[in-house]
Each structure stands twice: as structure tokens, then as C-alpha cells.
Design a protein around this ligand. Structure first.
Ligand code: B3K
Ligand code: ZN
Length: 879
């Protein structure tokens, strides 16, 4: 039981390490009842450290220490101290070899940190602090060592033995055992260490780098998944080529390996030369995975690959700098995805995630800057702020510098810091040095939490033909931060003339350059910009392409929004105008059951459905109504039930009014075979499945037979799951039950498909009531030890099925609290993640917030709470 409060770690207390490790020579003896780890470290005092006589301290977690040798001599028990989380050797020379033997139990490791077993294979997850669960080590990213790793295991059960780098030796041992030794020539922090042992099949390919080296590419999977690797392999080759062309970055080892494992706490991990992936983020074939999965896999394969430079060759000095690698790498992968598909759609997807989930995080009790100043448990800081806002911050630098200077900056950064562990400040400095721009005020984006709000006012003077725009910024207070300074914000905008064309933008005192989108730089609390030569009152198109992660308030009329929807040359803002219109219409209905749905929304949707010339990928996005989560985020003291019903009504009104157009759309949108994940085909499938789901929502009999036909004959999972989801959310009870049953019978041997089957039900307002969700937890395919299964039922219920989760009696909250308490002992990282929906309790109307608070308190009162959950719950309940 935890008796004391977990410690807070502060950035301001950062000290360089007292000791450095040049080499780490590891030997793993893997058995069914545990693993013996022999570690031999060449250690020396860090010449830059202050405490020159300081004792050696190595981190450890859940280790059984068997022996310690210093320069070949075994230390007596009184020559070191084994505090469970630290091995202390008080007296050591300036340079020495330390040999430590530990015993660990991977088969009992349910936290999935360090070395553990997943479906019979051994695998590791060391970021952020998992290496200390394997052996004693200075487990911090600024200690970079060269690793040599020998793995020994039973040959029949574990024919494949992998670690980072290149294989340098292998051979047979007694008792049917064998070994392989790997050597990684690049010094790396312990968090990038990886080991895999299992009965895996290998899928091969090669890649010729820009300098002509041939790289051996391998994807390792369990034999049952052998037909699901092609897409990841293609994605990997595209990523490698793209990083050469866009950033001049070439791969450095001779082998690049990916391994798929079923039990994994997150998506994937960029271990040097040996990426380990959650199966659901790497394995796909058209029959069993959806378009969304295909796109996600391409992006994650790219992300992990890009880390080889942004993260591995240049790594983080400490975990406060996490966004140095994550924000930059998300930026790189989103540029890549934009280049591979539709840039506008990618931008819409990124902005949607940011505005729905990161803005909510930034407005809640866990709000923190992109570079946090303190934490209790670093695992809690793999957040949307670090990743997605971090991406936006790098994107703003790209916008301010332009692509050429940004590339100069990234070249300088990689060159200057190759092989080093650095800070976000080093990154910004490289950008400054390469461009000559001063980014000192811009650095506030890393230091200040909270989402800036831009309030825009305008005024047109016909006599002088000038248009004046005043933009004021304010940044809300967040826990521990008040009275914030104005930030440096790139604010892209355009002005539309009455005929829908862009007006050339000339500021007072300038000569016209004919530019129609300008990036204004906001640095003060308020700015007024005066545009000249404006013949009539324009409609402003603000924050084009979402040029900064901010909220914009401007009083567009609904007619202006309709106008922007059809005329704005900025695709993102066409979409955004539609979202704003829909938000207003839904809001207007909230709590007014009898109010009419504004016919303008119906007409705008009709126009979109009929517009065959428009980019169908954008049309598909524009027709999607804002999610409940987004509507809640925008509202003050939201009433979830009211929002849900208002949105439902709009769907019903649209589906009823547009029945013919939807049927026509369904028939028209038939992508050609074979299945391809092009923006066109994805849009086509998305439109037809949307049409189907709207029509089934209103119980349309004609659509029912279309859905049943599609469900039976679909040759890809996007269409099959699309039909299933539409049926599940329809009033056709018998058909719904039969489809769910048939789907499970067909796919029960494929865990990834079963996860979809779980989440379609758990996220549905129709089938996802709490008793039904509880029944899913009893299902034969559910497994409390598998994070994907937990996410697909509990995560889908609490994160997407808002009408049931926010049941006014509080049953959904109590259920989530019970789940968190249950998981806190076995897998604290997953438990802490699941708590996110409850942390927002203060935002909601009292009828909800009371129950949420009580649920949090019941978690707080559990004995022996993990540090992960402790931090989240205590910060959420703090005054
Ligand atoms: N770097 C890993 C995330 C590790 C999370 C540890 N709790 C994956 C990624 O961002 O690429
Ligand atoms: Zn990453």
C-alpha cells in the first residue's frame, strides 16, 4: 500500500548525470518461469557533473538482485544498498566495470513495461522508464550507451531472437537452447532498448537508400498474421523515400525490423532498428481492416520510422523535452500523410482531434505546457498537448520561416546535435540560427499552457474603401499559471468579395503584391490591420488552413457561413464554415424540442450531396456533423443528454429531407475493384456508408435491404463494418442481432476484427447501454489483460457513447471508476488513461459533475493507488 504521496519532479531541478555509461553488455537467459539478466556496464564519472565524489545510483523497479561485481570483484552486502527502486554503491572509482545479475518474471508482468510476454513471445517496452524493470541502470535519456545484447532461449519455442542493431554472433547451446548476439553501433538511451523472442515468421523486402546502400527490411509476425504485412511494408518504403526527399535523412543501420505484438499499452515504439508495434497499428488486409486502419498504419509506420532521426539520433535530454521528439515527429508524419493523400482532409482531421480533445485537455485540470515544468509520473504526459499541440507549434515555425528556411533549420538541428540528448530550446535555436529570425517570444508556446482565444472585430469604410480588422488575443488561466503574456501567432487570412473571389490583400502603406492569403503575425494583446482598396464589404476567411492552435471568435452570420462553405478558396475554411453552421443549428435546438431545424443546413447539405464536381474527399468531411464530444467541448456547463438529442434530431431531419439524394449518393459511390486506399476511394466509401447510416437511422426500409446486401457481399471491411454499424444503430432489432451474430461467427478468430465488433457495440447509443456493455466484458473474447480489448469496450463506451456514459444516475461513472480501480493493480498506465473522461467533471452541468466527482473520489480512496492514477485523480480533485 502506498503510504506517502508520490514525488513531484521539476524541470528546474535538472542536473547532468553524475555517471556516464559507455558500453552496456547484456546477456538474457530466458525461461518459462523467469529471466536472468546479466548486465556489464562500463561506467565513468561525468566530467561535467558537480558532485565528483558522489555515490553511484542506478534505477531499478521490481528486480530481484542476485549479485554485484565491481571490476571483477564480487561486492559484499554491506558494500551496496538495494533499495527496491535504486541500487546504490557508495564508493566507486572514476571509471570501472559493474556487473549486475538480476532475476525478473516477464510471465507475470501485466504492466507491459520492461520485459513481458504477449501471446507466448517475449517482448519489451522501455519508454519512458521501463528499462529499470529489466536491470539496474541510470535510466534517463541523457545517458547514452553502446549496447551489445546476447539472448539465450529454447530454440523450438523461440526460434527468432531479436535486439537492436546488427546480429554479430549466433549458435547452439545445451538442452535445445540457442543464442543470438546483437550489436548496436549507435549510442542510445536505455528507453530505446528492445528485445523480442518468439516463434515468428519473417516478411522481407529491401530498400536502396539515396547513397546506394541496400537495407534489409523485415516485418515479424505470428504465423496467423502472415497475410497482413504488405501494407505496412509499402508504408515503410514510402516513409524511407519521403524522409530522404523531404528532410535529406537516410537510414543508418543495415537492417530495419518491425515486430507486431497483441498486448501493447499504446500504438507503437521506435526502438532503434527494432520497432515494436501494437498489432492493430501494423497489420492489415482489405478484407479484415478498414480504410481508417490502413491510414492509421501508414501514419504510425512513418511516425516510428521518422523517429530514427527525430528522437533516436537526436534524442531528449530529459522527459520534460518529450515534445522535442514527439511534436516534431507528429509534424513530420502529418506532412507525410498530407503528401500521400489529401492535404486538406489531413488538416481537417488534425484540427478536429486538436479542437475536440487537446482543447479539452488544455481547459481541464491536467493542462500543461508543451514543455511541462513538473510531473509525478511521466507516463501521464504522453498527451495530446505534447503530441498534437507540439505538432502545431512546429508547424507554426514552418509557417513563419517558410519551407526553405525551415529545411535549413532542420538540417542544422540534425547536424549540430547528432548523437546528443537535447532540449526544445536547442531545436528553436537551430531554427533561429538557420533563418536569422528571432523566436524569443515564440518560445512562450512551449512554456504557457492553455488555448489562446482570438476575438476578431471588423469595420468597413466605404468612402475610403478600407477594411479594418482588430484581433485581440487572450490566454486563459490554467492550473498553476495565471496572467499569461501574449504569444507570437501566425494568423493566416483572406477576404472574399461578394462574387466569392479572393480579394488581393494590401495593408495601408504597402504596394499591392496581389497576394490573397496573408499570414499576419500577432505578437501584442491587440492589433488593428487596415486593408486598402476594398471595393465593398468583404467576408473574412480567418485562420486559413488552421494556421495556429487557437479558438477564433467572429460573429459570422449564417448566410456568410453558407457563402464561405461554397466559395472559400481555402478548403479547410470551407469545411470549418460548415461546422460552425451545424454547431449553431444544433445549439439552437438544444433544450427546445419543438424548434425547427434551420432549413439552410438542409439546403447546404443538399448542395454538397449533389455537387459531383467538388472534391469528394472534402464533401465527405463537410457532410459529417460535429461530434457530440466537440459540441460538448464548445459548450459551457453542457447538458449531455440535451446535446445528444438535439444532434440526433438534426440527423433525422437531414436524412428525411434528403432521402432521394442519399439513395442516389449511395448508388453512385461505388469505388472500382480492386480495393485501394486512395483519397478518392476512401471518400467514396465514406460517403456511401454515411448515406446508409443516415437512412437506417430513420428506419428506411429500402436502405435496410441495401445494408443487408452490403453486409453479405462486401469484399472489404470498410463496407462490411459500415453496414454493420448502420444496422446496429438502426431501429431494426432482429436484423441488428442477426448481423452482430453473423459477424462474430465469421471473424471470431481475428482479434483485431473482434475489437471492432466490440467497439461498434460499446459506442452505440442503441446497443451500448451499461448492462449490455457489462455483458461484453463477460464475453469469451474479452480479456482484461489485453489493452486493445479494454479500449474497445470500456474506452469506446466512456469516450464515444456519451449518452450512456453520462447517464444522469451516475451509473456510467461508477462503472468507469470500478474499472479503473480494478486495472490500477495490473496495468496502471491503462488505468490512468481510462480516467481522462472523469477528469473533466468541473466542465459539466451539476447533474453530471456531482456524479463524476464522486466517482473520482472513489478511485482516490483505493488503497495502494499507483503513481499514474494518483497523479490524475489528485490533480483533478484539487481546488
Ligand atoms: N514513443 C512512443 C510512446 C511511448 C509511450 C510510453 N508510455 C511511441 C511514439 O510516440 O512514437
Ligand atoms: Zn512518437
Amino acid at each position: 500500500m502506498r503510504t506517502s504521496q508520490p514525488k513531484t519532479i521539476y524541470l528546474s531541478e535538472y542536473r547532468v548525470p553524475d555517471f556516464l555509461v559507455d558500453h552496456a553488455d547484456l546477456r538474457f537467459e530466458l525461461f518459462e518461469d523467469g529471466a536472468r539478466v546479466h548486465s556489464s556496464l562500463s561506467i565513468r564519472r561525468n566530467p561535467e557533473a558537480h558532485g565528483q565524489g558522489s555515490p553511484l545510483e542506478l534505477n531499478g523497479d521490481s528486480l530481484q538482485l542476485q549479485s554485484v561485481h565491481l571490476d571483477g570483484r564480487e561486492l559484499a552486502k554491506d558494500e551496496y544498498e538495494d533499495r527496491s527502486d535504486l541500487l546504490v554503491v557508495p564508493s566507486v572509482p572514476d571509471a570501472f566495470e559493474l556487473r549486475v545479475v538480476t532475476w525478473i518474471e516477464p510471465q507475470n508482468n501485466t504492466r507491459l513495461e520492461g520485459l513481458y510476454k504477449s501471446s507466448g513471445m517475449f517482448c519489451t517496452q522501455c519508454e519512458a522508464e521501463g528499462f529499470r524493470c529489466i536491470t539496474f541502470f541510470p535510466d534517463r535519456p541523457d545517458v547514452m550507451a553502446r549496447f551489445r545484447t546476447r539472448i539465450e532461449a529454447d530454440k523450438a519455442a523461440y526460434p527468432v531472437l531479436l535486439s537492436n542493431g546488427n546480429p554479430v554472433d549466433s549458435g547452439e547451446l545445451d538442452n535445445g537452447r540457442h543464442f543470438v548476439t546483437w550489436e548496436d553501433p549507435f549510442p542510445k538511451p536505455s528507453y530505446l532498448f528492445a528485445l523480442v523472442a518468439g516463434a515468428l515468421v519473417e516478411k522481407n523486402d529491401t530498400f536502396r537508400t539515396m547513397s546506394g546502400r541496400e537495407i534489409d527490411l523485415r516485418i515479424y509476425v505470428e504465423p496467423r498474421n502472415a497475410d497482413k504485412t504488405a501494407h505496412a511494408m509499402d508504408s515503410l518504403k514510402r516513409s524511407m523515400r519521403w524522409d530522404e526527399e523531404t528532410y535529406g535523412r537516410e537510414y543508418d543501420l543495415d537492417i530495419f525490423m518491425i515486430v507486431a505484438v497483441d498486448d501493447f499499452n499504446m500504438g507503437a515504439m521506435e526502438n532503434k532498428g527494432l520497432n515494436i508495434f501494437n498489432s492493430s497499428c501494423v497489420l492489415a488486409r482489405p478484407e479484415s481492416e478498414t480504410d481508417m486502419a490502413f491510414q492509421r498504419i501508414e501514419a504510425i509506420v512513418a511516425h516510428e520510422y521518422f523517429h530514427n532521426w527525430s528522437g533516436n539520433r537526436v534524442t531528449c535530454r530529459d522527459w520534460f523535452q518529450l515534445s522535442l521528439k514527439e511534436g516534431f515527429t507528429v509534424f513530420r508524419d502529418s506532412q507525410f500523410s498530407a503528401d500521400m493523400g489529401s492535404p486538406t482532409v489531413k488538416r481537417i482531421e488534425d484540427a478536429t482531434l486538436l479542437r475536440t480533445a487537446q482543447f479539452a485537455e488544455d481547459a481541464g485540470p491536467m493542462a500543461h505546457p508543451v514543455r511541462p515544468a513538473s510531473y509525478m509520473e511521466i507516463s501521464n504526459f504522453y498527451t495530446l498537448t505534447i503530441y498534437e499541440k507540439g505538432n502545431e507549434v512546429v508547424r507554426m515555425i514552418h509557417t513563419l520561416l517558410g519551407p526553405e528556411l525551415f529545411r535549413k533549420g532542420s538540417d542544422l538541428y540534425f547536424e549540430r546535435h547528432d548523437g546528443q540528448a537535447v532540449t526544445t530550446d536547442d531545436f528553436v535555436r537551430a531554427m533561429e540560427d538557420a533563418s536569422g529570425r528571432d523566436l524569443s517570444q515564440f518560445r512562450l508556446w512551449y512554456e504557457q499552457a492553455g488555448t489562446p482565444v482570438l476575438t476578431v472585430e471588423d469595420d468597413y469604410d466605404e468612402a475610403s474603401q478600407t477594411y479594418r480588422l482588430t484581433v485581440a488575443q487572450s490566454i486563459p488561466d490554467t492550473p498553476g499559471q495565471t496572467g499569461k503574456k501574449p504569444q507570437h501567432i501566425p494568423f493566416a487570412l483572406g477576404l472574399l468579395a461578394a462574387n466569392g473571389t479572393d480579394i488581393p490583400l494590401t495593408l495601408a502603406g504597402e504596394h499591392s503584391a496581389g497576394v490573397t492569403t496573408r499570414v499576419l503575425e500577432l505578437t501584442e494583446k491587440s492589433h488593428t490591420f487596415e486593408f486598402t482598396g476594398i471595393a465593398s464589404r468583404p467576408v473574412p476567411s480567418l485562420l486559413r488552413n488552421f494556421s495556429a492552435p487557437v479558438r477564433v471568435n467572429y460573429p459570422w452570420t449564417r448566410d456568410q457561413l453558407m457563402f464561405l462553405m461554397s466559395h472559400d478558396s481555402d478548403g479547410f475554411n470551407r469545411w470549418d464554415a460548415g461546422q460552425r453552421l451545424a454547431v449553431e443549428v444544433i445549439r439552437e435546438l438544444s433544450g427546445h424540442a419543438e424548434a425547427e431545424v434551420d432549413p439552410r443546413l438542409v439546403e447546404a447539405s443538399r448542395t454538397l450531396l449533389n455537387d459531383r464536381d467538388a472534391d469528394q474527399a472534402l464533401v465527405a468531411k463537410m457532410l459529417q456533423l460535429p461530434t457530440e464530444a466537440y459540441l460538448i467541448e464548445l459548450a459551457d456547463k453542457p447538458d449531455v443528454q440535451i446535446i445528444h438529442h438535439a444532434r440526433e434530431r438534426v440527423v433525422k431531419v437531414l436524412a428525411t429531407a434528403l432521402r432521394e439524394e442519399l439513395l442516389d449518393c449511395y448508388r453512385r459511390q461505388q469505388p472500382a475493384e480492386p480495393y485501394q486506399v486512395t483519397p478518392e476511394d476512401v471518400a467514396s466509401r465514406s460517403l456511401r456508408n454515411m448515406a446508409l447510416s443516415w437512412l437506417l437511422h430513420i428506419g428506411d426500409e429500402g436502405a435496410l435491404s441495401l445494408a443487408l446486401g452490403q453486409f453479405e457481399s462486401a469484399t472489404n471491411m470498410t463496407d462490411q463494418a459500415g453496414a454493420l454499424r448502420a444496422l446496429v444503430n438502426s431501429p431494426f432489432e432482429a436484423e441488428r442481432g442477426r448481423a452482430l451474430e453473423a459477424f462474430y461467427q465469421r471473424w471470431h478468430q481475428d482479434p483485431q476484427v473482434v475489437e471492432q465488433w466490440f467497439s461498434i457495440q460499446a459506442a452505440s447509443p442503441v446497443t451500448g447501454d451499461l448492462p449490455s456493455v457489462r455483458r461484453l466484458l463477460e464475453h469469451e473474447a474479452f480479456d482484461w489483460k489485453n489493452p486493445n480489448k479494454i479500449r474497445s469496450v470500456v474506452g469506446a463506451f466512456a469516450g464515444q457513447n456519451l449518452v450512456h456514459f453520462h447517464d444522469q444516475e451516475g451509473s456510467g461513472y461508477r462503472f468507469l471508476a470500478d474499472t479503473i480501480r480494478r486495472l490500477d493493480d495490473s496495468n496502471p498506465q491503462i488505468a490512468a488513461r481510462l480516467a481522462a473522461p472523469l477528469t473533466r467533471w468541473r466542465k459539466f452541468a451539476p447533474v453530471y459533475s456531482e456524479g463524476m466527482r464522486k466517482a473520482l473520489e472513489s478511485v482516490r480512496d483505493k488503497d495502494g493507488l499507483s503513481r499514474d492514477v494518483y497523479e490524475i485523480v489528485h490533480k483533478s480533485l484539487a481546488d
